[in-house]
Ligand binder design. Structure first.
Ligand code: GLC
Length: 744
């Protein structure tokens, strides 16, 4: 009976079900497309745009506070919140101030500076870095991370080199992509900066950079191009300086022609803070969001003057008078809405985390892998706690916190393990770790209202400090000098450049005296720039430890006690003398109203090799506690067609007695070119971890694209037929084999 009842009613039931399905959702009112998380992104954008008034469209294009821009409250479209910086999430600031707001829940993990990340030569570390810092930004409810910075290291005096990834466009390109992707998997936009040609801090908001097209395209743009085209960056920050006479925050050639048209960038261009100077240029030359204008944080204008912004009331008035294009306005608003749907209104994003053990472990691992063993005759490092009773640590940088200061990348960390703290922990009870200041550098401990809480005051004279350190050195089994630069003005710090190439505060004298007092001396440099080392022949071991964040001391101890076998490689050259640097040698720094990059594309090792100048330590240089051979460099063919590829191989063997990692580097030289080209240029690298005695074959596929140069006669990239050389080695000045081949 029951079966019959249903059997004869199936058509009606099917009709009823069809009716239900046709009205879409089975429950509640239909949501507007822009609120429908399952609607295509572009559908949501067009729907939201169609609902916004002129005032609302203008409002989302400029700041409403120091680090936020308006949403559309009426439509439930949220605000956009930005945060510095490239190494960690800046403490919350007051609405319209640079100083911190004094919150107690915004301490963060400080990851190593980006020179350290670049020095790992390991894109997996970039992915780990980006994911981790993105999780901290997400947890702090931020939508845009104002980083990473990828400006090329043009000379060793730039105060912000520590925030960037070195002198080579290929290394920076490979290392920036995973960072951007890692950040953005958290629903947080990476805002890659400073686009472009911001390679000095002197006169940074005005200086007009004059550079030839080849250097622009072959040296200064590639890392940004990779961040956009491979990394999929959702935001780019315009630079303060000018190029072709226009400020980079509203520079039509850079923003409209290259970034948006040629590279197809669909994200937002955000100004640097105070980088906007003209309404019509801001409208027409590719800027989308204006921050930091007018406020007193940039030494002019009124506070809370957000309606005065160039893209605020002035823009609205032009639009109302019909003197500004609504189509141009809508393009900006579409980009901002796309950013909002990717971040603030992205309902699929994870929830992030802050100060987690995983983030501290990541900071420690990246730091340990980025430290570069510059020199080691084997007599001192690695320390063996079993063979020493007394280790002396000398130097202010063994105790001074480095996560505070340096400019906008300054942080408020939950805890910073200083070198001395880490060394004492790792040495264990059997080793007495003594400390001597050795010299006095920068005793300031605060920045933007964040105070490290350290008391670095010193009453002894320089002579007394030196005598005390030397006396202690004589009694020690080994001495570790921990010095370098710091985050104070005219050191590694935003807003000013270094004034000299040598170590500051009389450190050279201290190092010489220590070397005379005890031959078992290792020098550790905590810094973000190359420095002179007049004492290098009298010091058996030198380690570049970078600014390595919350876990600096633990990571340093891992390396000096051998728990971690160093595998870092230099991301920039260390010239012997400042005058060995191209920009300095040509007198083209810091310039006046203009600065001319007369060295062109001959930057870093490209310059040194073109002049036959031997560096103190070369780009790509870095030692290990074991040794490696790279042998049998070979290729599978000797000529390359326009569509083919050549496979270059080499065998790398760990010839020492402990596990370690080597970075096998591939450089290419164009032997017959109608335009000047560097002796060789980095075109590939692979980091290989090997057990003692283990051999691995490393292969590089070379395509015609990697042989190209930017032909400024055509305004296009191209490769010339002719003979090329592939150089394979462990550093730019340590080539272990070559092969030549013809490009047909
Ligand atoms: C600073 C820096 C930039 C930073 C911004 C916000 O002046 O140039 O890197 O993200 O302003 O602090």
């Amino acid at each position: 009976m029951k079966r019959d009842f249903l059997y004869h009613r199936i058509p009606m039931l099917l009709t009823f079900a069809a009716l239900l399905g046709s009205c879409g959702r089975t429950s509640g009112p239909k949501v507007a497309p822009y609120l429908d998380e399952n609607a295509p992104l572009e559908t949501r954008i067009e729907d939201a745009l169609s609902r916004m008034t002129l005032e609302e469209k203008v409002a989302v294009l400029h700041a409403q506070s120091k680090f936020s821009s308006a949403g559309v409250p009426r439509l439930g479209i949220p605000e956009v919140w930005c945060t510095d910086g490239p190494h960690g999430i800046r403490p919350e600031v007051l609405w319209d101030e640079w100083d911190q707001a004094g919150w107690t829940n915004d301490s963060c993990t400080a990851f190593p500076a980006l020179t350290c990340l670049a020095a790992t030569w390991n894109p997996e570390m970039s992915a780990l870095y980006g994911r981790s810092i993105g999780e901290e930004a997400r947890y702090r409810e931020k939508d845009v991370l104002l980083g990473p910075g990828v400006n090329i290291y043009r000379l060793p005096l730039n105060g912000r080199n520590f925030e960037y990834m070195g002198e080579d466009p290929y290394l920076s390109s490979r290392m920036v992509v995973p960072y951007v992707q890692g950040v953005q998997t958290n629903g947080v936009a990476a805002c890659v900066k400073h686009f472009a040609l911001n390679n000095q801090e002197v006169n940074r908001t005005r200086v007009n950079v004059v550079v030839d097209d080849r250097a622009l395209h072959e040296i200064y743009l590639p890392a940004f191009r990779a961040a956009v085209k491979e990394g999929g960056a959702w935001a780019i920050m315009g630079a303060y300086n000018r190029y072709k006479g226009e400020h980079c925050c509203h520079n039509s050639y850079l923003l409209n022609d290259i970034l948006k048209k040629e590279w197809g960038f669909d994200g937002v261009v955000i100004s640097d803070w105070g980088g906007v100077h003209d309404t019509k240029q801001a409208i027409e030359n590719g800027l989308d969001m204006e921050f930091g204008s007018w406020t007193n944080g940039l030494s002019w204008g009124a506070s809370n003057a957000y309606d005065n912004y160039y893209l605020a009331r002035p823009y609205l008035e032009l639009l109302r008078r019909g003197e500004a294009s609504e189509a141009t306005l809508d393009d900006k608003v579409r980009r901002v809405l796309r950013l909002i749907f990717r971040t603030a209104m992205n309902t699929h994003k994870p929830f992030g985390s802050l100060n987690s053990p995983e983030h501290l472990a990541a900071a420690r691992r990246i730091a340990g892998e980025g430290m570069v063993l510059l020199k080691n005759d084997g007599s001192v490092l690695p320390f063996d706690p079993g063979t020493m009773k007394r280790l002396l640590v000398v130097g202010e940088n063994a105790v001074k916190m480095m996560t505070v200061g340096g400019g906008s990348s300054s942080l408020k960390v939950r805890h910073e393990c200083t070198p001395l703290e880490g060394l004492r922990k790792a040495a264990g009870d059997g080793v007495e770790v003594l400390y001597e200041r050795g010299y006095v550098g920068d005793v300031s401990t605060d920045y933007n209202g964040v105070d490290s809480g350290q008391d670095l005051t010193e009453t002894r004279t320089a002579g007394e400090l030196l005598a005390d350190a030397v006396a202690a050195a004589r009694e020690a089994d080994a001495v570790l000098f921990v010095g370098g630069l710091n985050k104070s003005g005219h050191q590694d710090c935003e807003g000013a450049d270094r004034l000299s190439y040598g170590l500051p505060y009389g450190q050279d004298t201290v190092i010489e005296a220590l070397a005379a007092a005890n031959p078992r001396l290792a020098v550790v440099l905590v810094s973000g720039n190359a420095v002179a080392m007049p004492w290098i022949d009298r010091v058996p071991a030198v380690l570049e430890a970078w600014f390595s964040g919350s876990e600096a001391g633990n990571a340093l101890a891992d390396v000096v006690f051998g728990a971690v076998n160093p595998s870092g490689k230099l991301p920039f050259s260390f010239p012997v003398r400042l005058e060995d640097n191209g920009a300095i040698a040509l007198g083209e720094y810091p310039g006046g109203d203009s600065v001319t990059y007369r060295e062109g594309l001959f930057v870093g090792y490209r310059w040194l090799e073109s002049k036959g100048i031997v560096p103190l330590f070369a780009f790509g240089h870095g030692l290990s506690y074991t040794t490696f051979s790279i042998s049998d460099v070979r290729s599978d063919r000797t000529s390359l067609g326009s569509d083919g590829r050549i496979r270059v191989s080499a065998d790398v063997t760990n010839t020492g007695d402990r596990a370690g990692a080597e970075v096998v580097q591939l450089y290419i030289g164009d032997e017959e070119s109608s335009l000047p080209r560097p002796v060789k240029e980095l075109k590939g690298f692979q980091k290989v971890s090997l057990a003692p005695g283990e051999t691995r074959t490393v292969t590089f596929d070379i395509t015609p694209e990697q042989l190209q140069y930017y032909d400024d006669r055509q305004g296009a990239w191209g490769a010339e037929a002719g003979r090329f050389t592939a150089f394979v080695g462990a550093a730019s000045d340590d080539i272990r084999g070559t092969v030549t081949f013809e490009l047909k």
